[in-house]
Design a binder for this molecule. Structure first.
Ligand SMILES: [Zn+2]
Length: 387
């Protein structure tokens, strides 16, 4: 047995909230086009980007600062307005109009939720590293070297990193907050959006006020790891995320099919509580083209048992699923970390999948064939004999 059926793409933020009228958006103004001027693959790290906090846009201001380093050199000294226009033009190609309307509707949904929901534990809504994280994790990130990371985490299979992350008291507070949120949702009969297309239970943390805290958590504590371990999938340019909890158990979701995440880098942390089963299974990293190919049994199979407080960090394209949680109640926090730069680059670059296990296997096979062909030609030509 090497592959458990067809891989699904697990999408975030389902479209439409079915709650109140859809706000019709004015048609977007005509935008100047910039021909085929392209972003640079490698960021200009010496360039200090402008601040975009005050720019009115459906995109997070951090995306502009991050993209700016990838602008063509001729654009770097342009006015901030010109840069914004150029970047909006690129981003609008990335988000078609239907998607933009969806983003706008989601913004309004979130505003509505946040103005009505009263947080239970206010201390969760800003990042307190020493209260949230176990000291060894905090220290490894502060030391900020590959060596300090490697001394601290385990890599049970290539590209999968596990490590203790949250203190038990933090897990408890977060579980409590999620429970409080769900109780509130039920009391006021607010129709909430579920975290993605595959989970019917759970909640989007970003939707009820935790977005800023999670942004900081990713920027300061996930990005340093992603930069070192996943640079080839945009790990050094993470600039947005989707943060949510999923719930498994008898009256919740039981298991999760085989899939890849809509993320460049995924952080999956078990928060509790008591449960049996629910193991994660991993089956190799794949590009779009190869997402349904066979698993290589010696290198690509890993089963992992969740431990509360412990995190698993992997590429979004690392195929995985969750086995049934056979008893009890399991809640995990997921952070899907994304890179707009990586997604934009992927469109221009043909060979953009050096990280795919199947692309690597094919390449090796081609190399093997060409070595064999060279050898054969060599022997046919009489090489290798002493006469
Ligand atoms: Zn591939």
């Amino acid at each position: 047995m090497s592959l458990e059926g067809t891989v699904e793409r697990r999408e975030g933020s389902p479209a439409g909230n079915g709650n109140g009228p859809v706000v019709k958006q004015p048609a977007p103004p005509a935008r100047p086009t910039y021909g085929d001027r392209r972003l640079r693959l490698n960021p200009n790290t010496d360039h200090k980007p402008d601040r975009y906090d005050d720019v009115q846009s459906e995109y997070d201001s951090a995306i502009f600062s991050s993209l700016e380093r990838h602008l063509p050199p001729s654009m770097l000294d342009a006015s901030r307005d010109a840069k914004v226009e150029f970047m909006k033009e690129i981003l609008s190609r990335y988000l078609p109009e239907g998607e933009r309307n969806r983003v706008q509707r989601h913004k309004e949904y979130r505003k509505k939720l946040m103005s009505a929901y009263q947080p239970l534990h206010k201390e969760l809504y800003s990042l307190h590293p020493s209260a949230f994280f176990v000291p060894s994790f905090h220290k490894a990130i502060n030391d900020n070297t590959e060596e300090s990371f490697r001394n601290f985490l385990c890599e049970p299979s290539p590209g999968i990193y596990t490590f203790p992350l949250f203190q038990p008291s933090f897990c408890e507070l977060l579980l409590d907050e999620v429970e409080n949120f769900e109780k509130w949702v039920n009391t006021v009969k607010f129709k909430i959006m579920r975290p993605n297309t595959m989970n019917k239970y759970g909640a989007v943390l970003d939707d009820f006020g935790l977005e800023a805290m999670l942004n900081k958590l990713i920027e300061e504590f996930v990005s340093p790891l992603a930069k070192v371990f996943f640079p080839e999938v945009g790990g050094s340019t993470l600039d947005s995320h989707h943060g949510f909890v999923v719930e498994y158990g008898k009256e919740k979701d039981v298991e999760l099919g085989f899939h890849v995440d809509d993320a460049e880098v995924t952080l999956n942390v078990c928060l509790g509580k008591d449960f049996f089963g629910g193991d994660l299974f991993f089956r190799g990293i794949r590009c779009d083209k190869h997402v349904n190919t066979e698993t290589q049994p010696e290198q690509e199979i890993l089963d992992y048992s969740h431990v509360p407080g412990q995190a698993v960090l992997h590429r979004g394209r690392h195929r995985h699923g969750a086995r049934p949680t056979t008893s009890g109640h399991r809640i995990n926090m997921l952070l899907w970390c994304r890179s707009s730069v990586f997604r934009e680059m992927k469109k221009y670059q043909k060979d953009f999948s050096s990280w795919c296990g199947e692309c690597q296997r094919e390449k090796k096979e081609r190399q093997g064939q060409s070595v064999a062909a060279t050898k054969l030609a060599f022997f046919k030509a009489g090489g290798g004999s002493n006469t």
